[in-house]
Design a protein around this ligand. Structure first.
Ligand code: ADP
Length: 189
């Protein structure tokens, strides 16, 4: 299974990613997690990415594309993968398409989790409180910025993948178990 999980910050991608990867025995590839690891390790990539992340802006496409290109070469990705937080722009989606095509591979589905804007803000703010602000980008101002960036740069991917016949949309406002059940049905699992 080669899947993409699409949704705004707070839509519940992390929770559902855990279910999907367990169900299909595939690794979760979260570019956000990879970037945070690089920031914590103080690598050159991390140093470069940090200022974008702290501002709620996107890390430049070429940086992300390079990161993903290396990641999908790892042996665990041979059985498939679930992308979480990638692609986030049309150029990233085009680059992914080219990477897969070169390997003779195809995406199976893109699962979009929807939620309304107010819910998204309050969910992320609550997470920030619960984790004691562990993430530098979980402040009210940066959360709003991340949502704005999502709407402007990432949401166009919904029609991009709908056009390719890959889009499965589930309602992220439903209780967690229902969202999981909807995803399972959407993926025919
Ligand atoms: P969220 O909780 O907002 O979905 P992530 O953990 O996926 O956030 O990402 C955190 C930050 O890392 C983003 O705000 C952005 O700065 C950077 N980032 C993660 N993935 C990408 C990507 N595919 N393209 C550009 N920037 C990214």
């Amino acid at each position: 299974m080669r899947l993409i999980l699409l949704g705004a910050p707070g839509a519940g991608k992390g929770t559902q990613a855990a279910f999907i990867t367990g169900k299909f025995g595939i690794p979760q590839i979260s570019t956000g997690d990879m970037l945070r690891a690089a920031v914590n390790a103080g690598t050159p990539l991390g140093l470069k990415a940090k200022k974008f992340m702290d501002a709620g802006a996107l890390v430049p496409d070429e940086v992300i594309i390079g990161l993903v290109k290396e990641r999908i070469k790892q042996p665990d990705a041979a059985k498939g993968f679930l992308f979480d937080g990638f692609p986030r722009t049309i150029p990233q989606a085009d680059a992914l398409g080219a990477m897969l095509e070169q390997k003779g591979l195809k995406l199976d589905a893109v699962v979009e989790i929807t939620a309304n804007a107010d819910t998204l803000v309050s969910r992320v703010a609550k997470r920030a409180q619960e984790t004691g602000g562990a993430r530098a980008d979980d402040t009210a101002e940066v959360i709003r910025k991340r949502l704005e960036v999502y709407r402007e740069l990432t949401e166009p991917l919904v029609s991009y993948y709908r056009g390719k016949g890959l889009l499965k949309t589930v309602d992220g406002m439903a209780p967690v178990e229902e969202v999981t059940a909807d995803i399972r049905r959407a993926l025919g699992a």
